[in-house]
Design a protein around this ligand. Structure first.
Ligand code: 13P
Length: 336
């Protein structure tokens, strides 16, 4: 077993998942303003440290994706954030892309940037304690999208990123996200997600990336938010497993889904069903941002010093997601 494979498996062992707390300052500011909290560096680290020091971190959260600002901040006890996480057995990770920008040649689509100077930034993050990284490619679904250009360019960037990350002995999370927004059917989401993931692995292989040291972070197969033909959660789970079975090489140890705008309970229930239908050897877990933090953030905003109350909400969410990653979640446990 290689060191990278060991890290990937450790992050996702025993139903553990990933907390995606890597919102850029711009996105975090929007999230904080939506609950009427001022977006200062102090408030941003206060909310995040509240989650990172919750009791269920040890049992449920195998890794946390941080943002550049956060990995350089200090916890209230004077320790670094990487140290705080390592002490509860959670691996520190870091988002290394610099965002999705309008794509030249297809202006309604986006291309993710951040390759320039990446090798040097990776060395710095590794010194700061990061063991894994994230890069997100983002794709629209419509009649003409994602275009071949977007599929090829984003896959190429993801592969160059992953190769550089492994060179620096960290595990790359490869995240191709097809957005939920739109009137597309679930079948369309299935076909387009399959094409995108296939291309990503083609490029990863071309760039000699060790697939046993990669975590894939895909979207689930859902009908678009504006679609009149919604499918059941069971169908979502079956289609999602089928898509990944068809497209992901067997060397890949684990898959950690994004929540992508699903509600907390929907993202949990779908993950649970995915694990019930999972007839592959892939670990199927979570790497949720909104679906782990939304309720905790709302509660915290009412009194940012109510650490225990906020943690109770986060603990419950983390517990439910980890049960779902084992296929052991139920509505009864959710509402208990
Ligand atoms: P969501 O779970 O909120 O989609 O966030 C996951 C993520 O990291 C997106 O890049």
């Amino acid at each position: 077993m290689t060191e990278l494979n060991r890290i990937a498996l450790k992050i996702l062992e025993n139903g553990k998942g990933i907390l995606a707390a890597d919102e850029s300052t711009g996105t975090m500011t929007k999230r904080l303003h939506s609950v009427k909290v001022e977006s200062t560096p102090q408030n941003r680290i206060l909310f995040r440290e509240t989650l990172f020091s919750s009791e269920e971190m040890r049992q449920c959260i195998g890794g946390v994706i941080l943002y550049d600002e956060t990995i350089k901040q200090t916890a209230s006890n004077g320790k670094s954030i990487s140290q705080l996480l390592s002490e509860v057995g959670s691996m520190p990770g870091i988002k290394v892309d610099t965002g999705a920008k309008q794509m030249a040649g297809s202006s309604d689509e986006k291309i993710t940037e951040g390759l320039d100077g990446l090798r040097e930034r990776l060395k710095e993050y590794s010194k700061l304690g990061a063991k894994f990284t994230k890069w997100r490619g983002v794709y629209n679904i419509s009649n003409k999208f994602p275009s071949k250009l977007s599929i090829n360019s984003n896959a190429h960037a993801l592969a160059r990123y992953a190769a550089l990350v492994q060179e620096c002995n960290m595990v790359p999370i490869v995240e191709p996200e097809l957005l939920m927004e739109g009137s597309h059917s679930a079948d369309d989401c299935f076909a387009k997600t399959s094409a995108v993931i296939k291309k990503c692995f083609e490029e990863l292989i071309l760039h000699n990336v060790d697939l046993s040291g990669v975590i894939l972070k895909p979207n689930m197969i859902l009908a678009g938010t504006e679609s009149r033909h919604k499918i059941s959660n069971e169908e979502t789970a079956k289609l999602t497993v089928k898509c990944l079975k068809d497209t992901v090489p067997k060397e890949v140890p684990g898959i950690a889904f994004l929540s992508g705008g699903q509600t907390e309970v929907q993202a949990t229930e779908n993950l649970n069903l995915i694990n019930k239908f999972n007839d592959t050897d892939f670990i199927m877990s979570y790497s949720y941002g909104r679906a782990l933090q939304q309720s905790a953030l709302k509660y915290w905003a009412q009194d940012i010093n109510d650490i225990k109350g906020t943690q109770a909400i986060f603990n419950h969410r983390a517990k439910m997601c980890t049960l779902a990653a084992k296929g052991k979640w139920s509505k009864e446990l959710e509402n208990k």
